[in-house]
Write a protein that binds this ligand. Sequence first.
Ligand code: 13P
Length: 250
Amino acid sequence: MRRPLIAGNWKMFKTIPETVTTLTQLKKNVADVHHCEIAVCPPFTALAAAWGVLKGTNVHLGAQNCHWEEKGAYTGEVSVAMLADAGCKHVIAGHSERRQYFGETDESVNKRMFAALKGGLIPIVCIGETLQEREKGVTFSVLETQVKKGMAGLDARQSGQIVIAYEPVWAIGTGKTATPQQAEEVHAFIRKLYADIYGSLASENVRVLYGGSVKPENVSELMQQKNIDGGLVGGASLEAETFTKIIKYK
Ligand code: 13P
């Protein structure tokens, strides 16, 4: 049985005091939650303070990106060891905003994914098609390339450990959610593709999250879909009360 994961991606929002206030409330709200894993990915500057609030609770800490080298002259980058040191358990790799604005490619996503695994973090590898690609009817081939290149080379253990996040770019921050049926169709495709590459055991174990305008109003129907194992939540994870409703989707 795959354990659902509800993760909040805070993107470039929140100062340290704002982080502490939100997470202090969130951890109280969800202390009684057992049906899913919970993670929050604040900006780098707030990670240490977030860990101060979350250590020992059922809310895990994640980061939004990592570099693939262990250390070195890479101005502006952050290593996996630094993130682990700050308390992180997860790290997002290849978010569409990084692909779109910062030149992230399937090759660099792959390097980040392996660095995370090597350093003991769980990578949340993001894939998803743009509106143009969906309208052209190439959604499945785009996703296939992203999975085949971005997630290439995993061994048997690693292939069940990573988390995949399907985030249709047209649904991110737009208020347009994929319908549960649309999302399920893609999730089922991803799981089948993953089985073809890594075998049925890995495919049964790998968690595939949905991301893109997840809200308290649509989360439970999304979570009822067979191949949706959680959510990667942007805007609606910024407020403790709203994110709590999403986490308590059951
Ligand atoms: P929204 O939930 O704001 O649409 O963002 C989704 C996302 O990009 C999470 O990584």
